[in-house]
Design a protein around this ligand. Sequence first.
Ligand SMILES: [Fe+2]
Ligand SMILES: [Fe+2]
Length: 156
Amino acid sequence: MSKSQNSQAADAEKASPSDIKQIIQGLNEDLAREYKAIIQYVVFSSTLKGAQYGDIAAQLKIHASQELAHALELARQIDYLGGNPTVKSKDAEFSADSKTMLEIDLKAEQETIKNYRVRIRQAEGAGEFALSEKLRAIIAQEQDHEIDLKDALGLR
Ligand SMILES: [Fe+2]
Ligand SMILES: [Fe+2]
């Protein structure tokens, strides 16, 4: 292998500072979305009305605590990468209409899943495999949340 090929191989293995900066920025967006999810699930699990929604209120309480665990993990990862975990949430949404609120939560979960897919690709591209493993565990729970909400809305 020539000298230049060698240094290219080394570059591929080691993340550049700008890659890491981009990942930190992305993770902070994800963290702000997790804060928003916590707020929405805390409020909505307490206010959800309607017998047709059965035990979804209890499931939403579980979602709330899982979103908190995600936020804690993201903050830890951001700190590990040398960033500052954000203190700002994305704006939480609310509707007094239960069906509308479930649709709001479903849309948010789908947005979250889309963003974690991007983040996993970025982490793997930068050689941050431990991070991508953590994100894969999180995205699996987000997909369960999406299924719970679709079931509650009769979309499956
Ligand atoms: Fe989450
Ligand atoms: Fe979620």
